[in-house]
Design a protein around this ligand. Structure first.
Ligand SMILES: Cc1cc2nc3c(=O)[nH]c(=O)nc-3n(C[C@H](O)[C@H](O)[C@H](O)COP(=O)(O)O)c2cc1C
Length: 304
């Protein structure tokens, strides 16, 4: 038997696999497809102060190794999330942990959402989306050191719950941004959000995505995600959650060896939701094959 558990953010995750923000809604749509409660956890779609309809369509398209999206943070907003979505999550995810992804345009926006949710039950922590490339100034927080510091400091003052800050790959030294998060009181960082990209329909000489540009995700970004995770994990003591292009156990293990105790799966869910079960089986098989009894022993075990 291989123990897949990971102690992170003050709790024991039954395994390291979480569903990534924006790729699993608020869980309901996946309930018939995946045994959600068997997961390590789920990160909700971003929650903003007010409801948002998001960007004009088309909002997603396939790329040679993944997808491009410009959803534009479409979401039900704080009030409805709290009233309708959180109770469902509380009822249905008892062993898997919920992280609420929070987005905003000002520090006050983030603080408002956090204050509006903080006394509710049904979730463990916040993941601050400081790095969305698909709305104007979306990645500003995770690319401006002073602003990031102010964001984390202000949210820290507003809650006792764990805070994870989702970082952008669009910086020369992501380790520096992880350090700022740690210094200002964050409990973890997650790396990475999507890379900005542009997909062109040459026949029409038009962008394929309604928003013109979008975020690239999927297998294409995995080596960059693993690199960012490795860079961040070497610089901070808080946990780094690995994200980007994971579609199986070997991919998840790359992130773990690079230093991530938890990982998130996003784009691969659109190809086949079964990917999460296959990944969990693959992790167990790897442990048995290599005589690893506790998967946690592999975190940061890259020999380089
Ligand atoms: C359709 C779509 C919507 C997303 N929405 C969000 C979001 O609301 N908040 C966020 O922090 N990240 C969002 N992301 C980014 C993912 O959570 C993840 O960081 C990224 O897709 C890389 O992981 P992947 O390659 O496994 O998809 C979104 C990604 C996709 C594809």
């Amino acid at each position: 038997m291989v123990d897949l558990g990971q102690t992170v953010l003050g709790v024991e995750f039954q395994n390291p696999i979480l569903l990534a923000s924006g790729c699993c809604g608020y869980g309901e749509e996946y309930a018939g497809l995946i045994a959600l409660d068997e997961l390590g956890g789920l990160v909700t779609k971003a929650v903003t102060r007010e409801p948002r309809i998001g960007n004009p369509p088309p909002r997603v398209s396939e790329t040679p190794a993944g997808m491009i999206n410009a959803i534009g943070l479409a979401n039900v907003g704080l009030e409805r999330f709290r009233r309708e979505k959180l109770p469902w999550l509380r009822e249905n995810l008892r062993r898997a942990y919920v992280l609420v992804n929070v987005a905003g345009w000002t520090v006050e926006d983030f603080v408002h959402v956090v204050r509006g949710l903080d006394d509710a039950e049904g979730f463990l922590a916040y993941e601050l989306d400081a790095s969305c490339p698909n709305v104007e100034r979306g990645a500003e927080f995770a690319t401006d050191e002073a602003l990031l510091g102010q964001l984390v400091r202000s949210v820290r003052a507003a809650t006792q719950r764990p805070i994870v800050v989702k970082l952008s790959p669009q910086v020369p030294d992501i380790g520096r941004f992880a350090e700022i998060c740690e210094t200002e009181g964050a409990d973890g960082v997650s790396t990475i959000n999507t890379f900005p990209g542009l997909l062109i329909d040459v026949e029409r000489r038009r962008p394929i995505i309604g928003n013109v540009t979008g975020g690239i995700s999927g297998p294409a970004i995995r080596p960059m995600g693993v690199y960012a995770t490795w860079c961040a994990a070497r610089r901070v003591r808080i946990p780094v959650i690995g994200i980007g292009g994971i579609s199986g156990a070997a991919d998840a293990l790359e992130y773990m060896l690079a230093g991530a105790p938890l990982v998130q799966i996003g784009t691969a869910l659109f190809v086949d939701p079964e990917v999460v079960c296959q990944t969990l089986e693959g992790l167990r098989a790897y442990g048995e094959r290599h005589g690893v009894h506790r998967l946690a022993d592999l975190v940061g075990a890259l020999e380089a």
